[in-house]
Design a protein around this ligand. Structure first.
Ligand SMILES: *Cc1c(COP(=O)(O)O)cnc(C)c1O
Length: 336
């Protein structure tokens, strides 16, 4: 694996910190828990999409694009980071926001990430749930091309082999950090959605023959479907990297017990995980992804999958801007 062979623009602050969570480790009474702070990637409040966008936007520029087109759910962190990347490079950003969550009250379509999209000058339109959103984005791209723009269409979550290179790079960064401090990592845990994060990690760790398990906590799809999506993209990413062997399907592990009623829908475990990280470590998770990812980590400690004596790294993928669209969930702690 030699990532300098690929075009990349600098958008974030790297390496992100790797921090031991002393209070959380003590509270959970299981493995030693570390956070890889990809909530601190630095681009417009940070998050995991920044790593993918470094490669995707470089590809867009190499192709002479003047406009980025993408799509996501209403509170998409990916759309927010894409819009910020566009601003940094003098590009226009057009986005489609899918109404995947419609029961969260008044501010959902204007607060949190949507507020930041507005500030970033992102030109967005809403779509009702259930369409093929990547096809909708391609159609928008074709429309912009017909109007004389040079669009570059980024799939949802930036999850294609080029975007996943960002997480192959993260795998290398993380292993280097661990080696520098003599830390043996046993397992990684993170929220998995459009699959690029986990696929890139699996491909990157496979390239380095690093025996670290990657446990994805699904925020949407059923287990088998998520594993299939991640494995397919991990193989495509390995191919792009020029690896001589493909990651095995057994290298992709996912859990779907923490999705709850659906994408973006709250669960009591997610709320508890967000409150726990805030109160024990002063760290903000988010309701859609990292809160459910941490609920998964806590559940896996309880179930004995993550054990005392192991070093577990939770990849904090960001997303706290969405907290502001879920205000009512966290009202109960206010003094009367
Ligand atoms: C997009 C996102 C994820 C999931 O990453 P994928 O690469 O889509 O699987 C996790 N956490 C946050 C905060 C995200 O925005």
């Amino acid at each position: 694996m030699h990532l300098a062979r690929f075009n990349r623009v600098s958008l974030g602050h790297f390496p992100t910190p790797l921090e031991r969570m002393d209070n959380l480790t003590r509270r959970l009474g299981g493995p030693d828990i570390y956070l890889k702070r990809d909530d601190c990637t630095g681009l417009a409040t940070g998050g995991n999409k920044t790593r993918k966008l470094e490669f995707l936007v470089a590809d867009a520029l190499a192709q002479g694009a003047d406009t980025l087109v993408t799509q996501g759910a209403t509170q998409s962190n990916h759309v927010r980071q894409t819009a910020a990347a566009a601003r940094r490079l003098g590009l226009e950003c057009h986005a489609l926001l899918e109404r995947r969550v419609t029961n969260m009250g008044g501010g959902y379509e204007s607060a949190g990430n949507v507020l930041l999209d507005d500030l970033l000058g992102c030109i967005y339109e809403f779509r009702d749930e259930g369409l093929d959103m990547n096809a909708e984005a391609e159609a928008l791209g074709a429309d912009l091309r017909a109007r004389g723009r040079k669009p570059y269409v980024i799939p949802g979550g930036g999850s294609n082999p080029i975007g996943a290179l960002g997480y192959a790079r993260c795998a290398a960064e993380l292993v280097q950090q661990a080696d520098d401090r003599g830390l043996k990592i046993d397992k990684l845990v993170h929220a998995t959605g459009s699959a690029g994060t986990q696929a890139g990690l699996v491909a990157g760790l496979h390239a380095m023959s690093a025996p670290i398990d990657v446990l994805g906590i699904s925020v949407r799809a059923a287990r088998d479907k998520q594993i299939q999506n991640v494995h397919k993209l991990a193989c495509e990413t390995a191919e792009l990297l020029g690896l001589t062997s493909m990651p095995a399907r057994e290298q992709v592990v996912a859990f779907d017990e923490y999705v709850g009623p659906g994408y973006g829908q709250p669960t009591p475990e997610m709320v508890a995980a967000i409150q726990l990280l805030a109160s024990e470590e002063g760290i903000f998770l988010d309701p859609v992804y990292s809160g459910k990812g941490m609920a998964g980590l806590i559940g896996l400690v309880r179930d004995g999958v993550l054990k005392q004596g192991e070093n577990v790294v939770f990849i904090h993928t960001g997303g706290s801007a969405a907290l502001f669209a879920y205000r009512d969930l966290f009202s109960r702690q206010r003094a009367a």
